[in-house]
Design a protein around this ligand. Structure first.
Ligand SMILES: Cc1cc2nc3c(=O)[nH]c(=O)nc-3n(C[C@H](O)[C@H](O)[C@H](O)COP(=O)(O)O)c2cc1C
Length: 354
């Protein structure tokens, strides 16, 4: 929602209710529909937007790119940017939006992003990252955070310096952080594998470089004053709890998309009594009015329901659920009606399972 929130004061972290688990920024996944859906399953996890470039904020349709529902709070906006000037222009617009956090992407390894001096390649330019974070801070009193990798293997892309850059050691990561921390980011979210900027697709970059959790733990141990969130390959509540013994927070990505029912258990990490036993039936029933409001606003409600794809993951009825969600629009059945059909046709035991 858009509200006036401009405030140039220094961020006071005592006001911020620190989260323990967040749901990662994921392009084409964590849009406002997915976040609404997630919020039905967890009240406490911090939700991220997809990565949004400053250029799109500067030139695009703000409401379409940034719009969200109040129910989504706390919600963090992830920015992709390459210069303080770009950030300044985007923040002039963003200061009217009440995101709960602004995060800078220094972890995306895609060629397209790196080729434009954004994402993971920024790890080679810590002074630039520091200056961009400081610029964001000029415009907001909300937490300003960074998401990066433990290192990169790539090519220096600034003009005249086409040499290989290999920042692969723990010491390289510490050198990066020691410069970036001059901007006092509120949190460092660290994807615990390096980004290989040439020769691997973003998907391969989430699977092939090995996970090196130990280096993130070591960072927290040696720099206990830093707020460290770990990310990468974390799939179960037990794993989340294990990481929380070593670092401050855990970010989960693909598992939220592929097996969203796991999110029901996240709030119990804060409060053991708080096991949210919402059933699939209740989730679908809660999503119907939302789908109807999308239909009323002329939004693509089919797109909104397809974000629920993983709801029956590993359960009886999963195939049928996906078939119903993917009913072609040419059948002229409204998206909200498809959800009602699913409630009637899917196995009642899976729908009502606690
Ligand atoms: C489809 C998809 C899109 C992604 N988009 C972004 C993005 O916009 N910004 C970002 O920082 N990371 C992005 N990531 C990376 C995730 O945020 C996360 O770091 C990565 O998936 C590792 O976490 P996981 O193993 O829990 O999935 C994306 C991941 C996926 C699967």
């Amino acid at each position: 929602m858009k509200h006036i929130v401009v405030n140039h004061n220094e961020f006071d972290d005592t006001k911020f209710n620190t989260h323990k688990v967040s749901i990662a920024p994921m392009v084409d996944v964590t849009d406002k529909h997915f976040r609404y859906f997630c919020r039905l399953l967890t009240k406490r996890a911090l939700l991220y937007t997809e990565m949004i470039t400053c250029e799109s904020i500067i030139h695009g349709d703000e409401e379409k790119i940034l719009g969200f529902n109040d129910i989504e709070h706390p919600v963090a906006l992830q920015l992709a940017a390459s210069s303080p000037e770009q950030i300044r222009k985007a923040m002039e617009k963003l200061k009217y939006w009440d995101f709960d956090e602004i995060n800078l992407n220094a972890g995306c390894p895609s060629d397209r992003v790196s080729g434009n001096l954004m994402g993971a390649c920024l790890m080679a330019y810590p002074e630039l990252v520091r200056d961009m974070l400081l610029t964001i801070k000029e415009y907001t009193d909300k937490p300003v955070t960074i998401k990066h990798r433990i290192g990169i293997d790539g090519k220096n892309i600034l003009p005249d310096t086409f040499n290989r850059i290999l920042l692969d050691s723990y010491e390289d990561m510490v050198n990066f952080i020691n410069i970036v921390r001059e901007a006092k980011p509120y949190r460092y979210t660290i994807h615990a594998r390096i980004g290989i900027l040439e020769g691997l697709s973003p998907k391969e970059n989430r699977e092939i470089p090995p996970l090196r959790y130990e280096e993130v733990y070591r960072l927290k141990k040696e720099y206990p004053e830093l707020n460290i969130e770990i990310n990468g390959g974390i799939k179960t509540i037990e794993e989340i709890k294990g990481h929380l013994e070593k670092v401050d927070a855990v970010m989960i990505g693909r598992v939220a998309r592929d097996n969203p029912m796991l999110l029901r258990e996240l709030d119990s990490i804060y409060d053991q009594e708080n096991l949210h036993k919402i059933t699939r039936k209740e989730i679908i029933e809660d999503y119907i009015p939302y789908t109807e409001s999308c239909e009323k606003n002329g939004e693509n409600a089919y797109y909104a329901i397809r974000h629920m794809d993983g709801l029956f993951s590993g359960k009886r009825g999963s195939k049928q659920w996906k078939q119903i969600l993917n009913t072609p629009a040419s059948h002229n059945i409204k998206a909200s009606e498809l959800l009602r059909i699913a409630l009637k046709e899917l196995p009642q035991d899976t729908l009502n399972e606690e």
